[in-house]
Design a binder for this molecule. Sequence first.
Ligand code: C5P
Ligand code: MG
Length: 191
Amino acid sequence: MTNLILFGPPGSGKGTQAEKIVNEFNLLHISTGDLFRYEMGNNTPLGQEAKSYIEKGELVPDEVTIGMLKNKVNANPDVNGYIFDGFPRNVNQAEALDEFLQGKRTEVSVLISLDVDEDEIVARILNRGKTSGRPDDNDESIIRNRFEVYLNETSPVFDYYDKKGKSVKVKGIGSIEEIFNRLCDEINKVC
Ligand code: C5P
Ligand code: MG
């Protein structure tokens, strides 16, 4: 199995690139943000709980997020591997993922981080907000908070996998195609 963590701040292009990678490598794309939005759209209890955090740009509690992630993986066992997009968001979630995959006799193959600076991020998300319909994409203070949360809580996940020799950085600026080619170079090393 090939299990990728597509990593980087909100708006760094994880979702866009994951869709292209899926076509090329036959992996299942799991975006925890998309799963939350699906639950919120259906107004489920999980969606209602997540909403109060998402509208502030805060992280949903780990038990909720990890449980949802495990359900999605368990419901889709017959794939070549997974692309985790937007998960793990902190070191506790990374440890839970490792333990979960170990129980399935597999592991994270590589974490690829898309490198994009804060001003570019804010501009991209505000632009995406014109069409995404996401309230958290339309308010600059929420966007800046999401970036803060990324720096404080999520970026240590890079170091966590770096210590295991599994983290790589890829320049996240350029055309979609250029960035995709950089990602493919890294993925081919672990496939
Ligand atoms: O990944 P994405 O940017 O789409 O996530 C949107 C929001 O969902 C985040 O700002 C956060 O509030 C919530 N989220 C979370 N934990 C995750 C993924 C997303 O709390 N693992
Ligand atoms: Mg996304």
